[in-house]
Design a binder for this molecule. Structure first.
Ligand code: 5GP
Ligand code: ZN
Length: 115
């Protein structure tokens, strides 16, 4: 837990969120400013600031973020219609919160392919 990290506080329940999933490794909650009808953030429970901070022993955890995303996509009814998974890194990637998170976006046709 990082004391000044908003997502660590959400995971710990110190800041309210609309949680959709939690297990021993990850927590998922709805984005406060959704960019699509379904916009969920899937985050590791332990504080990892960004992709640049990943180490080989995190590989199972990172894989788990994706299988949880797939499970939530099914729960949300968007597994067949489609969805987008995004991880932003650093200033040029548009990362605003420095606690690693996978965005799950769906429920509409996404407008931009890239960029
Ligand atoms: P990033 O730009 O770092 O990839 O994404 C950060 C995301 O976190 C943004 O989509 C933003 O709306 C979301 N966010 C920021 N603060 C909060 C918060 O306090 N609660 C929730 N649920 N989402 C947040
Ligand atoms: Zn954190």
């Amino acid at each position: 837990m990082s004391n000044d990290c908003i997502f660590c506080k959400i995971i710990a329940g110190e800041i309210p969120s609309t949680q959709v999933y939690q297990d021993e490794q990850v927590t998922a909650f709805r984005d406060i400013n959704p960019a699509a009808p379904t916009h969920i953030l899937i985050v590791p429970n332990k504080h990892i600031a960004s992709v640049n901070d990943l180490v080989p022993k995190d590989e199972i955890l990172v894989g788990h973020l994706f299988t949880v995303a797939r499970k939530i996509a099914t729960q949300e009814g968007i597994a067949t219609s489609g969805y987008r998974l995004i991880i932003n890194h650093g200033p040029d990637g548009g990362q605003e919160v420095y606690h690693l998170h996978l965005h799950l976006l769906g429920g509409q046709k996404m407008r931009h392919k890239m960029g």
